[in-house]
Design a protein around this ligand. Structure first.
Ligand code: LRH
Ligand code: MN
Length: 400
């Protein structure tokens, strides 16, 4: 492996070092029961409380070694003693990561929250996000990850320009409440649950809002939130160029917002996303060093903890392959306009089996080289399936 890499000016030790320090945040809601509008299947042992979600996340970190933080969703993970949550997370080797407000489950938000025509509803939505900022401060989190479900279902239902100005006004009130060092990540999605217009439908709309708000506002790219065959790597390149790529919600899809395991359907697309990030890092782009890498998935039919391990594993593979791209050869081929020469430089990296490198990275971290075997051997899944018999009162996930 190493000779093969050395021939390509790749220092495998440096690659292993980077893999060990590349952290991926897992979502609390990925450990609880979840489903589709047709059915939420109960999984034996599925986490029901924030403490159980943190315990499961700690299992992922125990075998992968690169998942020290867990994103939370409010009110799904609402607690009354955040200091205790911080301490319990710390005891598990974890910290609380991005705080996700929820402005899509209250009846009063039927026609929107921050864009709603009724000022009292907008104020209710703003108040919720301000509460989330308080929670983030209480758990030492520096990220508010905001997704808005709102939009319209029929032409004429509301003024699309007026909704936009209401949205900006609401976001400005929220932005003004951000303490120094805390970032507001603005997530976009091209449709659902709104089916005619969505107020934050694409990266451009989110970028314009972020630029109007200020430097602590950036764009969050959920890889499942684009029309079919959108060139997501190009969106990533543009946001990095603008210095406004705040983070990712990694998952994969074949059709719509399927929230499937990252890299399970489009591994080459995930590789190309990381290729853009590694490429701009090589040029010293400051933004590339503060990207929040987070997973956002719901595991409807598969074992939830193993699915999270598989997702982290797939994301590591994409990142490691991007680290193997011979940047000098790529630049040269690009400067010589060698179309296929450049493509083959990427292909050489993509076609390299990096799993031995990942196993080496884990071994050097004192972990079992095979995380799936390690998790299997732990017997954790069977144990919690025995222990967690009582069905969830409510994990908050719609229908769960
Ligand atoms: C919306 C979304 C958003 C979360 C939710 C769980 O589709 O991607 O990031 O709040 O999923
Ligand atoms: Mn998301």
């Amino acid at each position: 492996m190493n000779d093969h890499l050395r021939k390509q000016n790749i220092d495998s030790d440096a690659v292993v070092e980077k893999i060990q320090h590349f952290t991926i945040e897992t979502p609390s809601w990925g450990y609880g029961d979840s489903g589709t509008r047709f059915k939420v299947f109960h999984w034996p042992g599925a986490a029901r409380t924030l403490r159980e979600k943190l315990a499961d996340a700690a299992q992922v970190n125990a075998v992968m070694g690169v998942c020290p933080s867990v994103a939370i969703h409010i009110p799904w993970d609402m607690e009354d003693d955040w200091q205790a949550v911080k301490d319990d997370a710390h005891a598990l080797g974890l910290r609380i990561g991005a705080v996700n407000p929820n402005l899509f489950q209250e009846d009063s938000y039927r026609l929107g929250s921050l864009c709603h025509i009724d000022k009292t509803v907008r104020q209710r939505g703003i108040a919720h996000v301000l509460d989330c900022i308080q929670i983030a401060q209480a758990v030492d989190s520096d990220i508010i990850s905001l997704w808005l479900a709102e939009g319209t279902n029929y032409p004429g239902q509301d003024s699309l320009r007026h909704r936009r100005s209401r949205l900006l006004e609401s976001l400005q009130t929220i932005y003004a409440a951000l303490p120094a060092g805390m970032r507001l990540l603005i997530e976009y999605k091209f449709f659902e649950p709104a089916f005619y217009s969505t107020d934050l439908p694409d990266w451009g709309t989110s970028l314009l809002m972020a630029q109007k708000l200020g430097p602590q506002a950036e764009v969050l790219v959920d890889t499942g939130h684009h029309p079919q065959d959108t060139n997501i790597p190009q969106i990533v390149a543009q946001l990095l160029d603008e210095g406004r790529l705040g983070g990712f919600h990694f998952n994969d899809r074949k059709y719509a917002d399927d929230d499937l395991i990252a890299g399970s359907l489009n591994p080459f697309e995930l590789f190309c996303i990381f290729n853009e990030i590694v490429d701009v890092s090589a040029e010293g782009n400051a933004n590339a060093g503060r990207i929040a890498y987070m997973i956002d998935q719901s595991h409807n039919i598969e074992p939830k903890i193993e699915a999270m391990i598989q997702s982290v594993y797939n994301i590591q593979i994409a990142y490691a392959k991007a680290l193997l791209v011979d940047r000098a050869a790529l630049r040269q081929a690009q400067e010589e306009s060698s179309v296929l020469g450049a493509y083959r430089v990427l292909q050489a990296a993509y076609e390299t089996d990096v799993r031995p490198l990942l196993a080496e990275a884990r071994t050097r971290q004192g972990l079992h080289p095979d995380p799936f075997a390690a998790f299997e051997a732990s017997g954790y899944a069977e144990r919690v399936a025995q222990e967690r018999t009582a069905l969830a009162t409510t994990s908050g996930y719609p229908g769960a």
